[in-house]
Design a binder for this molecule. Structure first.
Ligand code: TRP
Length: 339
């Protein structure tokens, strides 16, 4: 770099998770683990999307606790308010304002095509408009901060495509304003199946491990995990390539250890229970510092509130500037006519 080079702008990263309480193994392996790593290289913004959560109904008495629990999980796994902005979506009303403005450039047909909309809609006799408009709010979350990249799982790819479409349509109608945000989908990880072998690891399906679980709870969950269905007795040779416990080992064990585990499985020299023990111990080891940090935070909820309050102030500084620009472009700045 020569002295005249401008300092390179760090890439801005945005992502969010719905508050349904404490985060779990699937959230950690699929998202949080990466978010923590990204904080050193990028300008990161991590959101708790409570406005999205209300589209699924749910008990209003439980939501505040779920938001706090997810905040504790974020902070415990290593999201760091010194490095990143961490905040709650409803503290920054510009999200819903921008979502409304994006209604002007989003064809209903694009929303109706979303596979998640089609899945969710089946659960309702009368479909709430929020389920249809969900991806517009998501586009607003991302574009409010003009994010360059969004780390998400494969399941969010379509919502990210819609975000790019919204940006393109807005720019075409009102002038160049938004970037075309890149989805950052981790390669080689694939889907993280539930411990019961279901397609999704989720708290409501009870097929996962909470990130703040202690050794006994981790073992209790991992013990029940589904393995190669053809391996019935310990003496049957197993097939690591079809075993979900084996695919979870990849996140915790390195190459040599993985190779040993596979060899012992194929040769029937190690049974599934022992194999799950290794996984359970590795998960516990990873989660122990999280639990220690969480214990401190739970003692000091006012510290969590301070962090989220400060995050909201910092988020609003960026969000406010974007909204001013958008209002201006859309002709909502009527005072301009007075001069
Ligand atoms: N729809 C996302 C999910 O269910 C959550 C979400 C809302 C999100 N807004 C976002 C993710 C913005 C990334 C960026 O996982």
């Amino acid at each position: 770099m020569t002295p005249t080079d401008p300092p390179s702008r760090k890439k801005r990263i945005f992502s969010g998770m719905q508050p349904s309480g404490e985060a779990h193994l699937g959230n950690y392996l699929g998202a949080l683990r990466r978010w923590v790593e990204m904080q050193d290289e990028h300008d990161c913004i991590w959101c708790i999307v409570d406005q999205h959560a209300i589209t699924a109904g749910g008990d209003p008495k439980e939501l505040p606790g779920h938001v706090l629990d997810l905040a504790v999980s974020y902070l415990s796994v290593g999201l760091d308010p010194e490095k990143s902005i961490i905040f709650v979506q409803s503290d920054v009303p510009e999200h819903t304002e921008l979502a409304w403005l994006f209604n002007a450039v989003t064809p209903i047909g694009d929303l109706e095509r979303m596979t998640q909309f089609k899945d969710k809609a089946q659960r309702f006799e009368s479909i709430p408009a929020g389920i249809l408009n969900y991806p517009i709010l998501q586009a607003a979350d991302i574009l409010l901060y003009k994010a360059d990249g969004v780390p998400v799982g494969e399941d969010q790819k379509q919502h990210l495509e819609l975000t790019r479409d919204v940006a393109r349509k807005f720019n075409a109608a009102y002038g160049e304003t938004f970037p075309e945000t890149e989805p950052l989908i981790e390669k080689g990880v694939g889907r993280i199946l539930g411990l019961d072998g279901e397609a999704k690891m989720s708290k409501s399906l009870g097929n996962t491990v909470p990130v703040l679980a202690g050794p006994d709870e981790v073992w209790e969950r991992v013990r029940t995990a589904v393995t190669d269905p053809q391996r019935i007795r310990k003496t049957d040779p197993g097939r690591p390539e079809v075993c979900n416990v084996y695919s979870l080992h990849h996140f915790f064990a390195d190459g040599d250890v993985l190779e040993d585990i596979a060899t012992q499985c194929r040769g029937a020299t190690r049974g599934c229970v022992d194999c799950k023990r290794i996984l359970s111990d590795n998960i516990t080891e990873r989660f122990t510092p999280f639990r220690e940090r969480a214990a401190e935070l739970v003692e000091k909820p006012e510290r969590v509130r301070e962090i989220l309050d400060d995050g909201a102030v910092r988020a609003r500084a960026i969000a406010g500037a974007t909204i001013t620009e958008v209002r201006d472009r859309m002709g909502l700045d009527w005072r301009a006519s007075i001069g």
